[in-house]
Write a protein that binds this ligand. Structure first.
Ligand SMILES: NC(=O)c1ccc[n+]([C@@H]2O[C@H](COP(=O)([O-])OP(=O)(O)OC[C@H]3O[C@@H](n4cnc5c(N)ncnc54)[C@H](OP(=O)(O)O)[C@@H]3O)[C@@H](O)[C@H]2O)c1
Length: 289
């Protein structure tokens, strides 16, 4: 008889996310073993518990999910989880990183854009591209061959984010731009066909008057669900809504695809025991959803 599908939820927050637990069950996990306040120091024994219990032929029915609101901590937990696997003996389990929904959200935003644009010829501006979601969206766009401007209120912060993406995609067509919402955004937006606003919740980033100066704009995606909107005029539930020739997506509009990608990623974990699902692997799962 097949062993039960166990998802080990490692959450950096004190209370493991209920959202992630519900999605895990809906995506086919039989049991979710949840741990909160997980730090790199407490990862090793949990990984050992996962890999030393079932034999290699059953290890695809155990998997690890890394979540929590602190994305940099999630990245450290992922590195630590991978460090303690023993692939030389077949003793490993698959793992998904989606701290704060960062990977699934960025993947859904870029997939939404790809419904309307050929990303290889797209010129994109990612506003607040320094945060976890913005950096991942910029990475995925660059990987698809888009020309990407990564914006920040601080030019130095944008440059640092660009360098960290370039380390993963050396031939990325990526440039940092200063993009302060209170300043003139027209140089950053010039010639762009796509803008993604990935700013913090409730922060307006792109006024309507500024985006209307950009005659080439075809798609705008606002990931902020908390009023006021990140892109003025975009409705939170917009899903390809036509705003005078520019197609708009709001956070809830993107959320539908994000949920599908999240569930597909959990289901994928239980297919093999050797997968590490981070931004690019999660993006690949969104194809055709
Ligand atoms: N739809 C969904 O399912 C879903 C899931 C996850 C996240 N989200 C949303 O996606 C967005 C991005 O998430 P995140 O975790 O990457 O965001 P974040 O880390 O909170 O913030 C992203 C960036 O916003 C800028 N920012 C912060 N405070 C600001 C302020 N007061 N004024 C102007 N800019 C400010 C900063 O960029 P600079 O300092 O470089 O300017 C920061 O790096 C959020 O709105 C989040 O709620 C949506």
């Amino acid at each position: 008889m097949d062993k039960r599908k166990l998802l080990i939820q490692l959450d950096s927050d004190p209370q493991p996310s209920v959202f992630d637990q519900v999605v895990a069950y809906d995506a086919g996990a039989d049991v979710v073993l949840s741990y909160g306040s997980v730090t790199p120091e407490t990862v090793r024994d949990k990984v050992h518990g996962a890999i030393f219990t079932r034999g290699p032929k059953d290890l695809h029915r155990t998997a690890i999910f890394i979540g929590g609101s602190n994305v940099p901590m999630g990245e450290k937990l992922l590195a630590e989880v991978c460090k303690h696997m023993l692939p030389q003996y077949g003793l490993r389990v698959s793992v998904l990183l989606d701290s704060n929904g960062s990977n699934t959200t960025a993947a859904a935003a870029v997939r939404a854009a790809a419904h309307h644009l050929d990303l290889r010829s797209t010129k994109a501006l990612v506003l607040a591209g320094t945060g976890p979601v913005g950096q991942r969206a910029a990475l995925l766009l660059a990987r698809q061959g888009a020309q990407v401007r990564l914006g920040s209120r601080q030019a130095g912060k944008a440059a640092a984010a660009v360098e960290s993406i370039r380390a993963k995609v050396p031939d990325a067509k990526l440039e940092p731009v200063a993009a302060d919402p209170s300043g003139d955004l027209s140089p950053a937006l010039a010639d762009c066909t796509l803008v993604i606003a990935a700013g913090a919740a409730g922060v307006p980033l792109l006024p309507k008057a500024a985006r209307q100066t950009c005659r080439t704009l075809r798609v705008m995606i606002d990931l902020n669900a908390v009023p006021p909107a990140g892109i003025e005029g975009v409705g939170v539930a917009d899903k390809g809504a036509d705003h005078n020739g520019v197609l708009a997506y709001g956070a809830i509009g993107v959320g539908d695809l994000k949920m599908k990608i999240h569930k597909a990623a959990i289901a994928r974990l239980f297919e093999r025991n050797d997968q590490v699902l981070d931004a690019e692997e999660v993006y690949a799962l969104g194809e055709g959803l």
